[in-house]
Ligand binder design. Structure first.
Ligand code: TEU
Length: 544
């Protein structure tokens, strides 16, 4: 595969509202990000992905934009943002911005105009349909509501929304919409940003005719519809290819075969993608399934496109809680998951707080939660007559707020995140889990991330190496090799609360090995691998 700076990068995701508050309003802000840039740089990060900070009524934490050309006041101002960009660049890092163009806020002037009358020039900026038999035009479910359609009394038509009612979808069939978006993208690119993380970018094209779905619960009809690749190729030709940037598409509902259409190097669309075979489709850890996903994606994109690796983000419960063991083995487990993400083929992403092994939360009441996805679902189910406590309990494990609690900087009040009242409660475990503590401990999760990330800078095998699974079928053990130009690495992971046996297959020289990194301090580097006992959540990287 051809080399490229973005392929060799580690991305750090900053969910700014929960990162660091400098003005005491309880929300993190861009000034706070600036103040913590050295912290991010010291971790070894190359690229920062900033969640949406554009003007927004904030119903979906910035994913409902009312002005693409301004920074929301909670976050700061355009001036602070400009300083942020400069300070990121000064430290040799890059900044990618969230691009949310499947929908806008219902407060965006385009939508206010569009809804005002059927013959408004902006009417076709959005998707409007007449009622069918007095009801919604079809039976589709939206991500955050029981229907994708909302009746607008003014004109008696329904508008389409893949997400909340407050997030009407733009009509990408309209060339004027596309041009307006391209112009906005150039505005940010000309300011010098280094790329985009593209929100649900495969949802732009809608199914022709909006037919009823036999399986409305799946919502997969929302994505990958005919026309999507034409839009992305046009976006690439008109905008993306004229800049030295990286683009990562958020692309739900794809197999590797479909994924390749978005990121194939000969396609002229995007660089890399987030697929959701793990985050959306594997609620609890399933090692056999996970290995199968990794192997299929590796084979599917091999030499032709670039994958991304992540186990959590601002939408998905913290990895050590969801996929590891955040109790007895929190530190080892956090390090094992990191080892895996950073040694599998694809770009690794670190979601703020992951590098100190932050965990999910369980707040007592629905009022402690803010996540629109969780709250809408809660009220929908309760209105159907379900027992509120039962509904609440069922929504806790995957509430998006699990990963949105404030960054835990130290053991002072509010974890050092704010001097005010945080917009969402701090995880009560901040006295045990915080940055200050990790920075003073050479065995910390943070220190381990630093080592892992540093390794990537010196070992192209981690980036471009061929991948081979040696452990398919084993429910706890994951052992694989990465090989490049005569260098071969062996990664061994025991994803279990108990010991597991590892036996080095034939074809490896057990005598000549070098231990590169391990998450237990006392590993005997020379001990044989022909029959090795791995401790709970033990992870090792060898050069063989
Ligand atoms: O997320 C898309 C989304 O709905 C995810 O929650 C989903 O779990 C998965 O990632 C895709 O199937 C994006 C943003 O990340 C999210 O925060 C927004 O709420 C949403 O789009 C709407 O803009």
């Amino acid at each position: 595969m051809k080399r490229a700076w973005w392929k060799e990068s580690v991305v750090y995701q900053v969910y700014w509202r929960s990162f660091y508050d400098t003005d005491g309003d309880g929300f993190g802000d861009l000034q706070g990000v600036i103040q913590k840039l050295d912290y991010i740089k010291d971790l070894g990060i190359d690229v920062i992905w900033l969640n949406p900070a554009y003007e927004s009524p904030d119903r979906d934490n910035g994913y409902d934009i009312s002005n693409y050309y301004e920074i929301m006041s909670k976050a700061g101002s355009m001036q602070v943002w400009e300083t942020l960009l400069q300070e990121v660049h000064k430290r040799g890092m890059k900044l990618i911005m969230d691009l949310v163009v499947n929908h806008t806020s219902d407060q965006h002037p385009w939508f206010l105009e569009s809804r005002s009358s059927k013959d408004n020039p902006k009417r076709d900026y959005y998707i409007w349909k007449d009622p069918k038999d007095g009801k919604e035009p079809n039976n589709w479910r939206s991500y955050f509501a029981p229907s994708t359609w909302e009746l607008d009394e003014t004109t008696g038509q329904y508008y389409f929304h893949s997400f909340a009612v407050e997030q009407p979808d733009l009509n990408w069939e309209n060339p004027e919409v596309r041009e307006a978006i391209y112009e906005m993208m150039r505005f940010w690119l000309d300011k010098g940003i280094d790329g985009f993380r593209m929100d649900v970018i495969n949802l732009l094209a809608k199914q022709k005719g909006f037919p009823d779905s036999p399986t409305p619960e799946t919502i997969n009809y929302l994505g990958n519809n005919p026309g999507i690749h034409e839009y992305l190729q046009e976006m690439n030709q008109k905008v993306l290819r004229h800049y030295d940037i990286m683009t990562v598409g958020e692309i739900p509902f794809v197999t590797p075969e479909d994924g390749l259409k978005y990121v194939g190097e000969d396609r002229g669309e995007l660089h890399t993608l987030f697929h959701f075979e793990v985050a959306d489709d594997m609620p609890a850890w399933d090692m056999i399934r996970y290995k199968d996903i990794q192997t299929r994606w590796y084979e599917g994109l091999k030499g032709r496109g670039c994958n991304s690796q992540f186990l959590n983000n601002h939408d998905h419960t913290r990895q050590v809680s969801r996929y590891g063991n955040d109790k007895a083995f929190r530190v080892q487990s956090a390090k094992l998951l990191a080892t895996m993400v950073h040694t599998l083929p694809g770009l690794p992403y670190v979601y703020q707080g992951e590098e100190i092994g932050m965990t999910g939360v369980r707040f007592p009441s629905i009022d402690d939660y803010n996540d629109i996805a969780m709250k809408n679902r809660y009220y929908e189910e309760v209105e159907k007559g379900r027992e509120p406590q039962e509904v609440f309990d069922s929504l806790l494990p995957l509430s998006r707020d699990n990963s949105r609690t404030p960054m835990q900087w130290d053991d002072s009040e509010n974890a050092g995140f704010t001097t005010g009242t945080p917009w969402i409660k701090v995880n009560p475990n901040y006295k045990e889990i915080n940055v200050k503590k990790d920075l003073s401990d050479p065995q910390s999760v943070y220190a381990y991330y630093q080592q892992l990330i540093a390794l990537r800078k010196q070992n192209l095998v981690m980036i471009y190496g061929d991948y081979k699974d040696l452990s398919a079928g084993d429910p706890h053990l994951y052992a694989y090799t990465r090989s490049l130009d005569g260098v071969r690495w062996l990664i061994i992971l025991n994803h279990a609360d108990h010991e597991t046996q590892f036996n080095l297959p034939d074809g490896f020289n057990d005598q000549q090995k070098e231990l590169i990194l391990a998450n237990y301090a006392d590993v005997d580097a020379q001990a044989t691998l022909t029959s090795a006992t791995l401790r709970p959540h033990e992870a090792r990287i060898y050069k063989l």
